[in-house]
Design a protein around this ligand. Structure first.
Ligand SMILES: [Zn+2]
Ligand SMILES: [Zn+2]
Length: 330
């Protein structure tokens, strides 16, 4: 196929890039077919798209320009997924590293005698990076074909903010259930020794330790993060890959913050009592028992695996009551 340089508005009859309208149709179509665009710079693509698509938002133009520039949808989705993961994982961990280095914040540290050293955090970061490159990268490569097979949309326009918000809220609830079940199972003796023990190396966790885990654990618990939206899409046929990215980023933030080791007066669970947060997960690392959920407190409460001062008091009260009833029956 011969593609002429001034792609849009080409009038040469022999030109195989057809006309501007068919190109725009391709760009806005359900599949992000990027092969009709000529090779060029990313910003060149962005400018061309902007010139003829003023109705699109900046984010949508960047999105289309990215797929058009890479000219390989599997590669475009793979690179984007990996970069988003690295950028947001380490980006979100940085403020916690900084906070750990300042004595002012020690008053908010849950286990104040166990502030991680920079060397400890560096060793953890190396381990996590190795896991990202050897375990997660090959799987991320399969993401685009899997997403397409399951009907996830990669086209524009993007879904409305409301659609993204309600879908992400559902994913949080679904993933929390998955995480509770499999995390609890990983605390069963043989599985703990073989798989989960690595994650519990740090009894006083810190942000970077969120993904410090055995590759098998990363796959088991990570499967919940990815499969919940895919399952939703299989049933409803309504999910955009951008919603999936925002969900993964928010889930990363949740995991890193839960491992931060800090409890502030403004921490989210003070406003949303059912939100788990650092206070909930820190105790799990300290005591190696209870508090198995990721985002919410309800499963631990309902299945009596909560490990908080209140829950312990409640449990003690129940035991005393049971003993009294037993004694009166005798
Ligand atoms: Zn655990
Ligand atoms: Zn943990």
């Amino acid at each position: 196929m011969r593609i002429c340089p001034p792609l849009f508005g080409c009038l040469e009859p022999s030109c195989m890039c057809l006309c501007f309208f068919s190109l725009i149709q391709d760009l806005l179509g359900t599949t992000m077919n990027s092969t009709v665009l000529p090779p060029g710079t990313f910003w060149g693509q962005y400018q061309d798209i902007t010139r003829f698509n003023t109705h699109l938002s900046v984010a949508e133009r960047l999105w289309v320009a990215w797929y058009a520039w890479v000219q390989n949808d599997v590669l475009a989705t793979g690179i984007m997924s990996f970069v988003i993961h690295e950028l947001f994982y380490f980006g979100r961990s940085l403020p916690w590293i900084f906070i750990d280095s300042l004595s002012f914040f020690k008053r908010y540290k849950i286990q104040s005698s166990k502030v991680p050293s920079l060397l400890e955090q560096w060793d953890c970061a190396k381990f996590v990076l190795l896991s990202h490159f050897t375990v997660e990268l090959p799987q991320i490569w399969l993401f685009h074909p899997t997403a397409q097979f399951c009907g996830l949309s990669t086209s524009i326009p993007f879904p409305s903010p409301w659609t993204m918000i309600y879908q992400i809220a559902i994913f949080f609830v679904m993933e929390d259930t998955w995480h509770y079940s499999f995390h609890r199972a990983l605390h069963w003796g043989p599985l703990y020794k073989a798989i989960h023990k690595i994650h519990h190396q740090y009894s006083a966790p810190f942000g970077l330790a969120a993904e410090y885990a055995s590759p098998i654990e990363v796959m088991i618990l990570g499967f919940g993060t990815v499969s919940c939206p895919i399952l939703w899409c299989a049933f409803t046929g309504n999910l955009h890959i951008l919603t999936m990215y925002i969900w993964i980023v928010l889930r990363l933030f949740q995991a890193i913050d839960a491992h931060s080791g800090y409890e502030f007066p403004c921490s989210l669970h003070h406003f949303l009592p059912f939100w788990a947060g650092a206070d909930h997960h820190d105790l799990h690392h300290e005591k190696f028992i209870g508090n198995y959920s990721s985002s919410f407190r309800w499963w631990d409460y309902l299945l009596d695996t909560e490990y908080t001062p209140d829950a312990l008091k409640r449990r003690r009260g129940k035991k005393v009551k049971a003993k009294k009833t037993e004694d009166t029956m005798i």
